[in-house]
Ligand binder design. Structure first.
Ligand SMILES: *Cc1c(COP(=O)(O)O)cnc(C)c1O
Length: 362
């Protein structure tokens, strides 16, 4: 038996053991070519095929109709914060931002360095404990796009529904919940996700863009920052993070073998409920950070009565085979990130540990 810790890291995060073992088998030699995938030219037939097949697999799993293009880019989701306004924020238009946590705020802060951006809905005044109401969001005719973050990784909240933006393109940062639940991705004109939460390992960021958006990409920005450049060159304009794309392909094949997004969603609901149930019956020993209707299936966050107790919780969890449970340094508290690759068993083990910890410290 290989020792595997119960890995609740927020990202980089757990990968399925099967995927790691497949990658291990092919680490030194890929496809009978006498070299590893990391040593191959990105212009080789093998890498071209890997690039093409990974795109097709992702389109299929996402259930997207024709008309969307998949790009593999570097720089992480944080680079998309800047690329979105660089590509889509023309002078005289406004990028409108839904701000529901620190990553969406960061996206907004990047946009205002590029052009005119505005916050149209925010839950900052509620200390991010809830999500902003999107029902009466007003969009001026000068709106270039609306940007939102579907799952707030640090705070632990998640949108169930998307705003109706009419003809205005909706752009989503889905880094921490892509492929975690059934979802109408077609509401987005563009969405993006860096790989190290639900798609694989760090290094590659997926951008999915509706073709008509590409007409907007201006010639005045450097070619390397233009989405249209990546489309024209099928993500092979310069050297892509080939190994990260390869890892993503293995993860996507794993997703398919599990029964696709529908099956993962079922497990994710079960996993999150195991932990929220413990929180909710603890009589205030564990206090969920996010108001109930807005809770995330991916990042379960809670507080305890004092920082010392939280510290002890983390230390004891680490001695008991868990990792990654300390909350983000900006918010403190505790956080269990239960992405697709985290098993129901790991969540059950954590729920048991939480119950036991309360018995000993409550
Ligand atoms: C992790 C995360 C990011 C930051 O991603 P990087 O790849 O580190 O730039 C941005 N947005 C969300 C929602 C995230 O979860």
């Amino acid at each position: 038996m290989i020792y595997r810790i119960n890995n609740f890291n927020p990202g980089p995060a757990a990968l399925p053991l099967e995927v790691l073992q497949e990658a291990q088998k092919e680490f030194v030699e890929y496809g009978g070519r006498g070299m590893s995938v990391m040593e191959m030219s990105h212009r080789s037939k093998d890498v071209e095929r890997l690039n093409e097949e990974t795109q097709q697999l992702l389109l299929e799993i996402l259930g997207l109709p024709p008309g969307y293009r998949i790009l593999f880019m570097g720089g992480g989701a944080s680079t998309q914060f800047a690329l979105v306004p660089l590509n889509f924020l023309k002078s005289g238009t406004v990028g409108r931002y839904i701000v529901s946590g620190s990553f969406s705020e960061k996206a907004y802060m990047e946009a205002i360095t590029v052009g005119k951006a505005e916050i149209i809905a925010s839950s900052k005044a509620h200390n991010w404990r809830r999500l902003p109401d999107l029902n009466d969001v007003q969009l001026g005719a000068d709106t270039a796009y609306v940007h939102m973050t579907t799952n707030n990784t640090i705070e632990g909240s998640q949108f169930r529904a998307l705003p109706a933006t009419g003809q205005v393109p909706l752009i989503g940062d889905m880094t921490s919940d892509i492929l975690s639940r059934r979802f109408d991705y077609t509401k987005f004109s563009m969405f993006y996700a860096s790989a190290q939460k639900n798609l694989g390992c760090a290094g590659v960021t997926v951008a999915v863009i509706r073709e008509e958006m590409l007409k907007e990409c201006p010639e005045r920005i450097p070619a390397i920052f233009r989405y249209s450049t990546f489309v024209q060159h099928n993500s092979l304009y310069n050297t892509p993070p080939v190994h990260s794309v390869y890892m993503m392909k293995l993860v996507l094949e794993w997703v398919k073998r599990q029964g696709g997004v529908a099956e993962l969603e079922k497990r994710n609901i079960e996993k999150a409920n195991l932990l929220y149930d413990v929180i909710d019956v603890s009589g205030g020993f564990y206090r969920g950070f996010i108001e109930k209707p807005y809770r995330s299936l991916m990042n379960i966050t809670w507080r305890m009565s004092d920082v010392e107790l939280e510290k002890r919780f983390v230390q004891e969890s680490e001695r008991n085979g868990f990792d990654g449970l300390a909350g983000h340094r900006s918010v403190g508290g505790l956080r269990a990130s239960a992405y697709n690759a985290v098993s129901v068993e790991s969540c059950r083990a954590l729920a048991d540990f939480m119950i036991d910890f309360q018995k000993r410290n409550g």
